[in-house]
Design a binder for this molecule. Sequence first.
Ligand code: PYC
Length: 414
Amino acid sequence: MPHRLLKFGVSKEHPEPRMFHTPAQLKDAYDVVIIGGGGHGLGAAYYLARDHGITNVAVIEKGYIGGGGTGRNTAIVRSNYLTNEGARFYQASIDLFQDLSRELDLNLFYSERGHFTLAHSPASLRTQRWRAEVNKHLGIDSEVIGPSEVKRLVPEIDLQCGGHLPSIHGALYHPPGAVARHDAVAWGYARGADRAGVEIHQQTEVTDIEMRDNAVVGVHTDKGFIKTRKVLSAVAGWTTAITPMVGLRTPLTVHPLQAAVSEPLKPWLDKIVVSASLHLYVSQSSRGELVAGASLDPYELISMRSTLDFTEGVSGHLVDLFPMLGDIKIMRQWAGLSDMTPDFSPIMGTTPIDGFYIDAGWGTWGFKATPISGKTMAATLAEDNDHELIKPFNLSRFSRWQLVGEKGAASVGH
Ligand code: PYC
């Protein structure tokens, strides 16, 4: 054990600086209040300070930072989307992710693996071709490969899926697909924002938003009232608790999404494998655990309880795809909340309420958008104008019927 680590372990003090400060109390007023201390809220705070010099900012988090969707996903990063709007947006996120460990001076364990979306039918292969064409057009590395190439790149896979399901016809292969340490992304943004002067208030709950003449004038919390003219709601699965405070209607529905990790295994899977037909995505973490998830629980519910039904399904499908996993143990499982939109794209930007901005609709694709959502929401708040990249995702698209249909690029059937 390194001497420094041993000294730290036996010391009664904590000689290392904390990741960020815990302010004793709220100030009377801030230029911006961000509701939600997940990756998106903290990212927005960080880029408000870095790109726009706005540091009189409070991030209000009712639990602990990164304790919501940021810490409950399977940490997959990819940009192989179906629409121009989606693919450009997520590619901009990858561009930021690739340099983020250096930028935040924190190892985010960003690891490019290559991402396979398996096709179990000719129809599914056609969708993957379409995605590949959109991707190539935008300079994103994606191509359709046949079953023998899948087998060459992932030799452990059973192309016949144990004979229980349609065999694998091919895959969309996306080499830049990656995984990252999700908690570290929240911590890195929190530390960067804190160093710039942003205040992070954990264990503080927003109870109401004060408005006058259709404009935000303040935020009520369980620790007191704050004056502010700009509020960003970045609370993903809790959005439907915040939007009624300003009388805003959204088409969001909230479903639980579950995931699990296995006991640690020797490294054998260096790719990310997704099968919509099997409702499965899996990668191997740097600790050797298989990290696997499924589709949404098929009912609307605001609950983060795990179910045995999920464990049985995910385990069975893992064995269908990789028969040698029959004896491994599932070590942990958990659930998060997915705020789903009808078109599977996010809701971002300005709203009809002056000073109220929204970052929601993150469904099952929020983690991969963390850096670009932080950056574009910061620009939108600073300029009170939707950033170019997020214009297509404005809430008003639902009343204009200009949806950005990304269902075909969701990892699993929902
Ligand atoms: O969209 O990449 C994805 C994803 C992974 C897990 C759930 N969704």
